[in-house]
Design a protein around this ligand. Structure first.
Ligand SMILES: O=C(O)C(=O)C[C@H](O)[C@H](O)COP(=O)(O)O
Length: 216
């Protein structure tokens, strides 16, 4: 069962990232000034959980601005690679953490951070290593390149307790196939944020694409 969507501020009860929304937009923010209008468009379109990747220097400011100024948004940090980034992202206001893969040091830091997290996996052994440490919610990355829905179906047999947010190479055509799987809680993707729409600050188009994604 999905956890209720937390309102503003840190949630009192830890929530599952997989239960926030069926689609989690993965955002690369080049200009922190875009963060608030972009997040408002996503929330207005029905996508409240927003993963801001730490791939650009603007990311911490973008997280801070969304956390402070966009009611209804649950902003998280993506591309979290190091323990230092865990600390910095949470200090900036990230309410969940996502990483493309996982190391012991990163997992220890994410556990200590006090917010939900999705460590990345793409093999059965990686899933088993996380299950051994009590982690059941994971990001499956890169979803399409690593085997897509066929791979996730195969994992569900021996490892049904693991639940995934597949991300990477997913679009509106394939998202429903992932969402229909019993071990998928949500999917991540950037398709509702086309580069040209963001460059043109066409937030109405982003909102429209978000609305279509939310209806999947
Ligand atoms: O930055 C990260 O931590 C990543 O894991 C990569 C993202 O998941 C993909 O960039 C989103 O995938 P696309 O929808 O194919 O763009």
């Amino acid at each position: 069962m999905n956890a209720p969507l937390p309102s503003s501020g840190a949630p009192a009860v830890p929530f599952s990232v997989l239960g926030l929304a069926p689609v989690v937009p993965v955002v690369v923010v080049e200009d922190a000034a875009d963060a608030v209008p972009l997040a408002r468009a996503l929330v207005a379109g029905g996508l409240p959980a927003i993963e801001v990747t730490l791939r650009t220097p603007a990311a911490p400011d973008a997280i801070r601005a969304i956390a402070a100024e966009v009611p209804g948004a649950v902003v998280g940090a993506g591309t979290v690679l190091t323990p230092e980034q865990v600390t910095d992202a949470v200090a900036a206001g990230a309410r969940f953490l996502v990483s493309p893969g996982c190391t012991d040091a990163l997992l220890t830091a994410m556990r200590a951070a006090g917010v939900p997290f999705l460590p990345g996996v793409s093999t059965a052994s990686e899933v088993m290593a996380l299950l051994e440490r009590g982690v059941r919610d994971m990001k499956f990355f890169p979803a399409r390149a690593a085997g897509g829905t066929a791979y996730l179906k195969s994992l569900a047999g021996p490892l049904p307790q693991a639940r995934f947010c597949p991300t990477g190479g997913i679009g509106p055509e394939t998202a429903p196939e992932y969402l229909a799987l019993p071990n998928v809680g949500c999917v991540g993707g950037s398709w509702m944020l086309p580069e040209d729409a963001v460059a043109a600050r066409d937030w109405a188009r982003v909102e429209r694409l978000a609305r279509e994604a939310a209806a999947l």
